[in-house]
Design a protein around this ligand. Sequence first.
Ligand code: C2E
Ligand code: MG
Ligand code: MG
Length: 697
Amino acid sequence: MKRCASTGVALAPAEGPLGPISFSQICDVMPIGVMTCDLATFTIDYANPSSIALLHSIRGTLGIDPDRIVGTSIDIFHPNPGDQRDLLSQPGNLPHKTRMRFGDEWLDLSIHALPGPDGRVGRALLVWSIATAEVLKGQEEYRLLRMIDDMPVAVMTVDPATYRITYINETSKRTLSQIEAHLPIKARDLMGASIDVFHRHPTHQRRLLADPANLPHHARIKVGPEVLDLQASAVRGTDGTYLGPMLTWSIVTQQVAAEARIHQLAHYDTLTGLANRSTFRERLEAVLAREGSALGLLFIDLDGFKVVNDSNGHLVGDALLCQVADRLRALCDQPGTVVSRLGGDEFAVTTPLTEPRALAAFADRLIDALVAPYPAEGERSLEVGASIGIAVAPEHGHEPEALLAHADMALYAAKAAGKRTYRLFCAEMETRMRDRLRIEAKLRAALTSRDELFLFYQPIIDVRTCTVTAREGLIRWHQPIRGWLSPGEFIPVAEESRLICDLGAWVLRRACEDAATWADKARVAVNVSPRQLGTGTLAPAVLEALLASGLPPDRLEIEVTESALLNDEKAGLADLRRIRDMGVRVALDDFGTGFSSLAHLRAFPFDKIKIDGSFVRDAVARPDCAAIVGVVADLGRRLGVTTVAEGVETQAHLDLVIAEGCSEVQGYLLGRPAPREADVAVIEGFTGARPARSAVA
Ligand code: C2E
Ligand code: MG
Ligand code: MG
């Protein structure tokens, strides 16, 4: 009898087809654990070398020396040794397979009855191996499967050969049951079904999924009223072979609706539903990017919308803008014509028209439509005007930036030309715009250095007493290169920017300072631009000038034109009231040239009305102008307001305005605007000639 080399247990030689090879020789080289157990004593009486090696790996939890396993009780392998012994005692229970855990390791054990030569089962054969790796793999797979089942995304896998569904997770089943009314198959029958049920063009889908080069593929498909978001990706084996497509998908109907809403909000104006500024820009860019593209761009700005909006409230303003949008839409129904709202009361139209005459006719139609009265609440109707600037691509620019800037310049020109009209861009506009910017920069510098700005004074004389009652301050700018600039050249530029407020404050300070030195105590009249009103800066500037100079408020007279009351009537009037409350006088300048509305005379208690020089000059030859001078003078008398005739250049003018009843006069005949004494020398330095002496007392 041979002894097993590793355990010393004696084993009977194997008989039969193995010939001389013994059982123990086989067991010595077997890569799995083999042990035998004596069922009389329940002790292990044989363990092959693999068993001992395996026992080393679970040594920690077993608590025995693996080399001494032979002779050890089998009980050490079982938490309930009694149960194990019961199992082994009944040969009918065998073979028995079990998986046991030892610490971190798992064992797969199979126990077989081992009958002796007499046929009686006296021993059990235990064949075992460590199954930890397999168990963990199984657990991992299970975990993954559970995870995929519970994922909030629907997952399906497809056999690329048959296009049948090979796996479908729980979420898929749930999601599909929501839309199965629109599918030719019930959710529960999908496993094993053909993927073709999801597609209107099954062959197309099959072709797509057959080749992993097409994947990942993203699609949105409509199933009844619902939208499915579908992503097909390739599942590959560790060696990279294509195992088939995996489809992940979800119902995105609500998301699609929300996206559509966001798109609407981002690209369209919420008030009017027209394309918004960014959409307009994108489209313009797209059209201009096309080779050989030509288009006309019309920039539309409503005239007087602010007044309507401020005086009627924003709801009325909004309703009016909607009506404007409707009118524009109706007129822009030709193919390729697109209307957008750029913001506020600004609209833009792009049109395939590029021929100046066609564009002009189109602009005229737009203006006519927009200036027609807008029905408002009750019997009322509202009115606004519209000005349009036109630029044409490619002549006036290939780039959106340039084209927009040029249309804007044309709009500016249309506004400057009196509104309710259109202008087509021309190069001169750009030159003028540049000039304006240059003047603005220089004026800003002049306001800082202050050695180029002068305030000239022109006397205003009482016709009865022949005394100077006031002197009007008139600004002059002397530029080193261009020489003298009249206010008409730079006041509008200052008004375009906020410079007018700084300029106005400077004039006020200088006027009060100078007037405080006048021996005759005449008043000083200061012109205030409509743009200074409603900004909240006028009253503080007036107060500061009075305080700094010590001039009594009743010696200051502010001259405003009627247009000051038009743009933003309420804020303008509030500013005027504030300065009048300080004791400062307020005069209405250039009466007769603007709206000459009696309502303005009622809206504010002016201290003086100045009749524009154009009436005075024409009055001698034209009886209608003389009549106007007379009527205004009469009106002034009745209102208890001084009337001044401006622009009195000749004796005939003077005689006429006196005859018509004006109480004061101003004009070259009585004194030209002239610098204060302190500036005379400086000005002589510029011109080499003596300026007209001011009639300063
Ligand atoms: P305005 O207030 O009506 O000033 C009267 C204008 O008529 C002045 O022109 C004056 O020089 C001119 N003038 C006076 N007498 C005669 C005359 O007999 N015949 C003729 N043909 N013209 C006469 P100027 O100085 O060129 O000012 C023009 C306008 O510029 C002023 O009209 C006023 O609206 C504005 N302006 C002048 N200075 C200022 C200022 O400091 N601030 C503001 N905001 N505007 C100013
Ligand atoms: Mg004036
Ligand atoms: Mg005037």
